[in-house]
Design a protein around this ligand. Structure first.
Ligand code: CO8
Length: 258
């Protein structure tokens, strides 16, 4: 596939997408989001890819939606084109894990895009924020919804109302990011995490992702029931037999993904 706004690489079983509009700090326009969705869905459909990474540059993961592109939108432009809903939600339909590897700015739609991924590995240079309020708008791709679930209502209000940025340390303390790594090791660490995931049983990885995501969408008792059904189903797989046999035989498992 030919892309103009992203770079795509394959590292073994890991597919990596780097946002690539350096002249505007990876500002997210419609075309870029179409390409990102296409690349991730193609990886999702590829049996040889087990995990994905979305990353940016050293200076910016993404400095938000492209302000120049939307400055003149009317309400009807946004409504009729299903702005954001049309291509942003594609990322949520990816069933294999997607890691966000964030260095520099992750602002507005950039922070929201990182939160749409399954977890965030942050460089020590990362800065997160929802500065939309300064532009006379509010977040539109989950900033008011995913952020309170990730970091508490109080901190999410602070971020959305004052537009202040959160550095990597604060983001880790607040639970927005899973780990912080030195900026010059971001790619290496994200690839190591992705490769560790890719070595597991793919259906188990997909089920674990589905179950954790369900925790956001439902009550505890419904979520527990959902988890138990999936857990019971794992005993129908060859990978469960292989994983437990390998442990007992003190060797590494050779998962087949069935
Ligand atoms: N959109 C378009 N262009 C941008 C954006 C952006 N979000 N961010 C930076 N740029 C451009 C600048 O205009 C500048 O271009 P030029 O060189 O032609 O003047 C270039 O990138 C470099 O930027 P700066 O010179 O400003 O770089 P600094 O290092 O001085 O500052 C900042 C970096 C602090 C990141 C600054 O660029 C900034 O504040 N950017 C805007 C951040 C922002 O407000 N983001 C929120 C956007 S709104 C949004 O995301 C709504 C989300 C809704 C869902 C998503 C729908 C798609």
């Amino acid at each position: 596939m030919q892309f103009e706004n992203i770079l795509v690489e394959i590292h073994g079983k890991v597919g990596l997408v780097a946002l690539n509009r350096p002249e505007v700090l990876n500002a997210l326009n419609d075309r870029l989001m179409d390409e990102l969705g296409q690349a991730l869905l193609a990886f999702d459909a590829d049996d040889d890819i087990h995990c994905m990474i979305v990353t940016g540059s050293d200076k910016a993961f993404a400095a938000g939606a492209d302000i120049a592109a939307m400055a003149d939108y009317s309400y009807m432009d946004a409504y009729k084109s299903n702005f954001i809903g049309r291509n942003w939600e594609q990322i949520r339909s990816v069933r294999k894990p997607v890691i966000a590897a964030v260095a520099g700015y992750a602002l507005g739609g950039g922070c929201e895009l990182a939160m749409m991924c399954d977890f965030i590995i942050a460089a020590d240079t990362a800065k997160f924020g929802q500065p939309e309020i300064k532009l006379g708008i509010i977040p539109g791709a989950g900033g008011t919804q995913r952020l309170p679930r990730a970091i508490s209502k109080s901190k999410a209000m602070d971020m959305c109302l004052t537009a202040r940025m959160m550095d990597a340390q604060e983001a880790e303390r607040a639970g927005l990011v899973s780990r912080i790594v030195p900026a010059d090791k971001l790619r290496e660490e994200a690839l190591a995490a992705a490769q560790a995931i890719a070595a597991m049983s793919l259906p188990m990885v997909m089920m674990a992702k589905e179950a954790v995501n369900r925790a956001y969408e439902t009550t505890l008792s419904e979520g527990m029931q959902f988890e138990r059904r999936l857990f019971h189903s794992t005993f129908a797989t060859e990978d469960q037999k292989e994983g437990m046999k390998a442990f007992l035989e003190k060797r590494l498992p050779a998962f087949k993904g069935i």
